[in-house]
Design a protein around this ligand. Structure first.
Ligand code: 26Y
Length: 825
């Protein structure tokens, strides 16, 4: 601290069993207001959570003090999504208190496992992008990087998935219903956010670039934060989540008094709807205006908070880009660049060029897609209405940018049109990715192939203009949650084999396992771990679906959002082919297999919801057939989420990564599965390529078109030709078409058949034969269990690179240029 006042000291939490027990009882009394005699299971959970949390607070306080003292450069990670996973077990691990909690729980007649059933997963994201954000936060804290994550505290997270007659039904995720012991509301840091209204010129501005915005609606943003502890370090960062509240004046008491209850609370409802739900939709456009409101709400609140924090230790604006680096997780938070310009130019009277220079040096943008339909654009008309001042600023930014383009490529009007932030074909729209690239210092893709394709196709004109702006930062996953917590048995084996727990924060240590790949005793232990994990998975599967799975069967998993480009239908064609073959020849010598799917489809994504229905129908047919079910089981694990991932991933033998090459930006499930000893069957897509490069071609089942071949195939693709010439393929598609999985109803799944035979958008039919042959190679390999175990070991051993610690180091070296701040104990 800079001043010399003595800091009031706090009673420090202890690290002994007695102190832990004392604090538990104290929290039970004074926080829960109950007693040992009358405590419920939920009281027990909340009390344990608070007691573990107390152990993190001290570290957090020391982190905040160290950060204040050092006044370092901070990373501010802006993301519309976070999939943090359950907190209890993580925080027991990070505070090393499981050994204290376990005996005390037992003494009180319960267990950590029992209490963990009350721990709710905050499902504030859809899939890969949201989980990546959580992995990066974990690694930043572990590497002592000063960082804050900003997001939205959705009242309802990603829907809960159930099935009725095999069809997906969505139930709301009321995740805070019983209270969330892991968050700290900070109402004093609330912010005001404007929407709608009008703009007007200001008198004393000769440039004409400054204007005044009078919003038509004001909403409050109230933050709460959750702690983000580092592993094996004292750093505890935070993730700040904003919740929308109506301003106090919104409640119309006179209307309420007059009995007009609905009208009286109308404004409150409208304001609070902003943070009501996560859009469970990563494919189609819906609820457009509300989603844009969410995006602006997030960035407006976060930027004000960033400036507030900056001003605690700094004056003026010159140091801003040196102290603040903002990372935009996809285009969802891109309005932040416009908002910073508005704050600087309109509110702080910084002149345009200086404001633009500050903005450009502050922001960086990560792109997570190649699919053109996933690149966000917003209609100019909508922006003009919702954020009129921001639309004006976008026009100005675009005007100056296009002048720059014109100066670099004189007379190239076509290029100007392609690069423009505003697209003029049809309805005028703002291209958020263009805005992001123009306003950022660095732009990155999330795997090598993805970055290359971005610069060659999607963002090619920008890469020609500013080649030095583009970087690759291959994704990674945190070894804490996805190995240490998910797979305690494997962790134990790794620790005894490598001689220490260092691998948990230095995943390259896994390399030492490679030396054991020919050691029979080690392979036996490796296999025993996998089998025990499969027994655990079998228990989950049986309890949630009733299907009995054989832990000795090959556990073949495809876990990811349902999306056409990911090609769950290709996997299903394989399953149906096995089904057909076994029905034809009950004595066929096939490898016993359990195929496990997990994933949700966006509620409005009808073709994928129908595919889910078909997966369930095929599962039913397979699992109830007396002959087929002896060799094959098919499961669609309901409500796949982070918690369930931690059970499925350690049990997997085969990892399905079969997207059409050139479509999956990276994938991160592929990394989690390989690190847990699953062997990949996959295409040359996303990070699969880098996995294969590392584990070796002989330990990876590769098939299918590569990205370039897929491009060519597209131009003359004729799915019917494949159908007509390949009897297995024809039999599989015919089985669907003839109603084999719909009690003879030929209409139910007709759209699936039509999509395959009509356009086959993602070339599943073109890759079908190669995929079948590759699966036969898998079967042959599985028959030699020692050889398989060897492959499995080498996959884990050589995937240390895919730690998100390495990802964060790459961001630090290439883009952020931040230094760690050590927090002393
Ligand atoms: C704006 C809205 C429609 C939207 C919402 C969510 C758009 C996209 C998304 C989510 C995208 C996503 O999860 N992308 C995935 O990001 C991962 C982390 O980089 C990649 O591994 C994965 O390949 C990519 O599909």
């Amino acid at each position: 601290m800079t001043d010399a006042r003595p800091r009031p000291t706090m009673r420090s939490v202890g690290s002994t069993l007695e102190e832990f027990e004392r604090d538990l009882i104290s929290n039970l009394y004074y926080q829960r207001g109950t007693t040992l005699e009358s405590a419920s299971g939920s009281d027990g959970y909340h009390t344990l959570a608070l007691t573990v949390r107390d152990r993190l607070i001290e570290r957090y306080a020391r982190t905040a003090a160290a950060h204040y003292e050092a006044n370092p450069r901070f990373v501010y990670y802006l993301s519309a999504e976070y999939l943090l996973g359950r907190q209890l077990r993580q925080n027991l691990l990070y505070t090393d208190t499981e050994k204290l909690a376990r005996p005390i729980a037992a003494q009180l007649g319960t267990s950590i496992e029992e209490l963990e059933r009350y721990d709710v997963e905050p499902g504030l994201g859809n899939g890969g992008l949201g989980r990546l954000a959580a992995c990066l936060l974990d690694s930043m804290a572990t590497l002592d990087i000063p960082a804050v994550g900003y997001g939205i505290r959705y009242e309802f997270g990603i829907f809960k998935q159930g099935f009725r007659d095999g069809a997906q039904v969505e139930r709301p995720d009321d995740w805070t219903f019983y209270g969330n012991p892991w968050e700290f509301p900070a109402p004093d840091d609330r912010q005001k956010v404007g929407f709608y209204g009008a703009t007007a010129p200001v008198l004393d501005d000769p440039s004409g670039l400054r204007r005044q915005w009078s919003p038509g609606e004001i909403v409050r943003g109230e933050p709460s934060h959750m702690l983000v502890p580092g592993y094996g370090t004292q750093t505890v960062n935070i993730v700040r989540l904003w919740r929308a509240r109506a301003s106090r004046e919104s409640f119309d008491l006179s209307r309420f008094g007059a009995g007009q209850y609905k009208e009286a609370v109308e404004d409150i409802t409208r304001a609070e709807n902003i943070s009501k739900v996560l859009y469970p939709d990563d494919s189609t456009e819906q609820g457009r205006e509300l989603r844009l409101k969410q995006q602006y709400f997030l960035v407006a609140c976060s930027l004000r908070d960033i400036i507030r924090r900056y001003r605690l230790r700094n004056d003026g604006w010159d140091a801003f880009p040196a102290k603040v680096v903002v990372q935009l997780n996809d285009t969802h938070p891109v309005m932040a660049v416009v908002e910073l310009m508005r704050l600087l130019v309109d509110e702080y009277r910084v002149d345009w060029d200086r404001a633009w220079s500050i903005t450009r040096r502050t922001f960086n943008y990560t792109c997570h897609t190649l699919l053109p339909e996933a690149l966000e654009t917003w209609p100019v008309a909508l922006l003009e209405r919702l954020l009129p001042r921001h639309m004006e600023l976008i026009y100005s930014i675009n005007y100056f940018f296009l002048q720059e383009v014109e100066a670099t490529f004189p007379g190239d009007g076509d290029r100007v049109r392609r690069l423009s932030i505003i697209s003029e074909d049809g309805e005028r729209r703002v291209r958020m990715a263009h805005l992001a690239v123009v306003a950022s210092s660095a732009v990155n893709g999330v795997a090598e192939l993805h970055t290359r394709l971005l610069t060659e196709t999607t963002l090619r004109d920008f890469a020609e203009l500013w080649p030095q702006k583009f970087h690759n930062v291959t994704n990674g996953v945190t070894p804490r949650r996805f190995v240490r917590m998910a797979n305690p048995r494997l962790s134990e084996l790794i620790t005894t084999t490598t001689g220490s727990e260092r691998w948990i924060t230095d995943l390259d240590q896994l390399d030492a396992l490679a030396g054991k790949a020919d050691d029979q005793e080690f392979l036996d232990r490796w296999r025993a771990v996998k089998r025990a994990n499969k027994v655990d998975l079998a228990a989950l599967v049986e309890q949630s679906t009733g299907v009995v799975m054989d832990p000795d069967s090959l556990c073949d998993v495809m876990i990811k959002r349902f999306h056409e480009y990911k090609r769950q239908h290709l996997k299903l064609l394989h399953v149906i082919t096995l089904f057909n073959r076994l029905r034809e020849d009950p004595d066929l010598d096939v490898v016993p297999r359990t195929v496990l799917f997990g994933g949700k489809a966006a509620p409005g994504y009808h073709s994928m919801k129908l595919l889910i229905r078909l997966v369930n129908a095929v599962a039913e047919a397979v699992n109830t057939d007396p002959v087929v079910s002896r060799h094959l089981k098919v499961v669609l694990q309901p409500d796949y989420n982070v918690s369930r991932a931690l059970v499925v991933i350690p049990a997997a033998d085969l990892s399905e990564q079969i997207s059409l090459a050139g479509k999956e930006a990276s994938g991160t499930g592929n990394m989690k599965l390989a690190l847990n000893g699953a062997v990949t069957i996959g295409t040359l897509d996303g990070a699969n390529i880098e996995i294969r490069d590392r584990v070796g071609a002989e330990n990876f089942f590769l098939f299918g078109l590569d990205a370039q071949q897929a491009e060519e195939q597209r131009r003359h693709h004729n799915p019917r030709a494949y159908y007509e010439t390949d009897p297995d393929l024809r039999a599989a598609i015919d089985a669907i078409a003839n109603g084999v999985f719909a009690k003879g109803d030929r209409t139910l799944f007709a759209p699936v058949v039509d999509a395959m035979l009509g356009r086959d958008e993602y070339l599943a039919l073109a890759d079908y034969r190669a995929y079948m042959e590759c699966q036969e190679r898998v079967e042959r390999a599985w028959r030699d269990q020692d050889a398989w175990a060897r492959m499995s070991v080498l996959n884990a051993a050589r995937c240390g690179f895919f730690s998100s610690d390495r990802t964060v180091r790459d961001y630090c070296d290439l883009i952020w240029r931040v230094d760690p701040v050590r927090v002393t104990g």
